[in-house]
Write a protein that binds this ligand. Structure first.
Ligand code: OFO
Length: 187
């Protein structure tokens, strides 16, 4: 009994994040997990179509989204909140071509950027400088992700439609995946 009370008091002292931010971060955890599932589903589709470079690029991005999800989970629990998983919709299963698929990736990343900005807005309203500081890593990450995907979409628009163009794009994506893996390994 005494132990339980002590634990409750300790927990109360640990709470350093508002209920509003806790709920918003839990929604972001769901969005990062959904991002991981969307890219995993896309990677699987590409692999099934023989697009091994695109598949590798997307498998890697699926893993990155899971890492983003975990960052939020650990942060929320460390700040005395409780990271809770949510039910998620089934990701897409069919795509007309790489152009449609990467258009969807770009739209999704733009949506994620908006949600990160919304989180920053809540921090500013609440003067939660610690969470704002934590979120700045994601603000920078979203700039990089959007710009990377936009460069892929631009190349696809220029080159897709022919077998040679698709082959080139697939190789280009394989090269991006290797460069990202090398950059991560050196971190
Ligand atoms: Fe987590 O950045 Fe993409 O979605």
């Amino acid at each position: 009994m005494f132990d339980t009370q002590l634990k409750l008091n300790t927990l109360k002292h640990k709470i350093m994040i508002s209920k509003k931010l806790e709920a918003a971060i839990n929604d972001q955890i769901a969005l990062e997990e959904q991002s991981s599932r969307i890219y995993l589903a896309m990677a699987s589709w590409c692999e099934s179509q023989g697009l091994s470079g695109a598949a590798r690029f997307l498998y890697q991005h699926s893993d990155e989204e899971r890492m983003h999800q975990l960052k939020f989970v650990h942060y929320l629990n460390d700040r005395g909140g409780y990271a809770m998983l949510q039910a998620l919709p089934q990701p897409g299963t069919q795509y007309k071509n790489m152009e449609e698929l990467f258009d969807q990736v770009l739209k999704h990343e733009q949506h994620v950027s908006k949600k990160i900005n919304d989180l920053v807005d809540i921090c500013l309203e609440e003067r939660d400088h610690t969470t704002n500081n934590f979120l700045q890593w994601f603000v920078t990450e979203q700039i990089e992700e959007e710009s990377l995907v936009r460069s892929v979409v631009d190349k696809i628009k220029l080159l897709s439609g022919s077998t040679a163009g698709n082959f080139y794009i697939d190789n280009f994506l394989a090269g991006l995946a290797s460069a990202e893996a090398a950059a991560e390994a050196s971190e």
